[in-house]
Design a protein around this ligand. Structure first.
Ligand code: GA4
Length: 327
């Protein structure tokens, strides 16, 4: 029999009753960035799963744990203190509610845009309301993770045999790039299996995720129905293919649906860097891909700003790309 508190939680966060025992996935592709054939491994992983793990990335563990500790200090404050950095509109501190269209999750988070050119007042406030140590940890981490993001994107271009190896990475390196950093904190709940962050694809190009050693992340396999749990690894990064990479490769590399379930006894802390293009950037399949594959574009013409606006108007689980597909 469920306690009334548990029953309310279940209602709010859609307890996963259909498949309580999700398989732990042993087949996550692992890419050593200095492997001579990293580019092929990466493209194969993007095709097969839209997801892979990066090892040997040269980002010191201490840099990751430093941000982890600084943000934990933030999350340990009282709710009242934390809410001074909210609401997330869309940047700032948020709790339980995700986006503005009625999605909920058992999560609290910090969301900030990372680029000095486009940084929002709320992100600045978040950085400056906190200690110097917090701000340095964020800035140092962003610099490092942006490097990993760009290196992976250059290997994607190499693996696809695109001559201009910075076709994707230049968008993230651009001083107007609309990239952001999110830190998600999932506190444990007896009963487990609550939805921490509901299923969705990321709208950006790729996302680079690092978490502590608590499980919870699941991806949906290409059959569209099987959810598998990803074993956590606090020393590595996980790469998530986003909708924008799907568009730029004309559907060759598809975005991956993923979600997070809460753990029964451990807190999960994840930090995700979303590599996004500048707002004015036209999102279209690369001409070189269309030519070499002798394909027509599957998508209507749109800018990242238009896509992002559409995304922010949609529910988390919505298949946003369908709005931009040619019929
Ligand atoms: C999913 C990926 C990123 O976390 C995010 C999310 C954003 C938000 O939390 O504000 C969105 C979600 C994400 C996609 C649909 C909209 C917008 C919540 C939501 C319901 C920061 C992003 O860019 O898109």
């Amino acid at each position: 029999v469920l306690s009334s508190q548990q029953a309310t939680l279940n209602e709010l966060f859609l307890i996963n009753t259909c498949k309580p025992t999700t398989t732990v996935f042993k087949g996550v592709p692992e890419v050593d960035l200095s492997h001579p054939d990293a580019k092929t491994l990466i493209v194969n992983a993007c095709i097969e799963f839209g997801f892979f793990k990066v090892v040997n990335h040269h980002v010191p563990l201490q840099l990751m744990t430093n941000l982890e500790n600084e943000t934990l200090k933030f999350f340990k404050q009282t709710q009242l203190e934390k809410e001074k950095a909210g609401p997330p509109d869309p940047f700032g501190y948020g709790s339980k509610s995700i986006g503005t269209n009625g999605d909920n999750g058992w999560v609290e988070y910090l969301l900030l845009n990372t680029n000095p050119y486009v940084i929002s007042p709320k992100s600045l406030q978040l950085l400056h309301q906190n200690t110097n140590k917090f701000r340095c940890a964020v800035e140092e981490y962003i610099l490092a993770v942006k490097g990993v993001c760009c290196e992976v994107l250059e290997l994607v271009a190499d693996g696809l045999r695109i001559e201009e190896r910075n076709v994707f990475s230049r968008l993230v390196r651009d001083e107007r790039s609309d990239s952001c950093l999110r830190v998600n904190h999932y506190t444990p709940l007896i009963g487990g299996n609550l939805i921490g962050f509901g299923e969705h694809t990321d709208p950006q190009i790729i996302s680079v995720l690092r978490s502590n050693n608590t499980s919870g992340l699941q991806i949906c396999l290409r059959d569209g129905t099987s959810w598998v749990s990803i074993p956590p690894d606090h020393t590595s990064f996980f790469i998530i293919v986003g909708d924008s990479l799907q568009v730029m490769t004309n559907g060759g590399l598809k975005s991956v649906k993923h979600r997070v379930l809460t753990d029964t006894n451990m807190s999960r802390l994840s930090m995700i860097y979303f590599g996004g293009p500048p707002l004015n950037e036209k999102m279209a399949p690369l001409p070189s891909i269309l030519v070499s594959n002798k394909e027509e574009s599957l998508y209507k013409e749109f800018t990242w700003r238009e896509y992002k606006n559409a995304a922010y108007k949609s529910r988390l689980a919505y298949n946003r790309l369908s709005l931009f597909e040619k019929k």
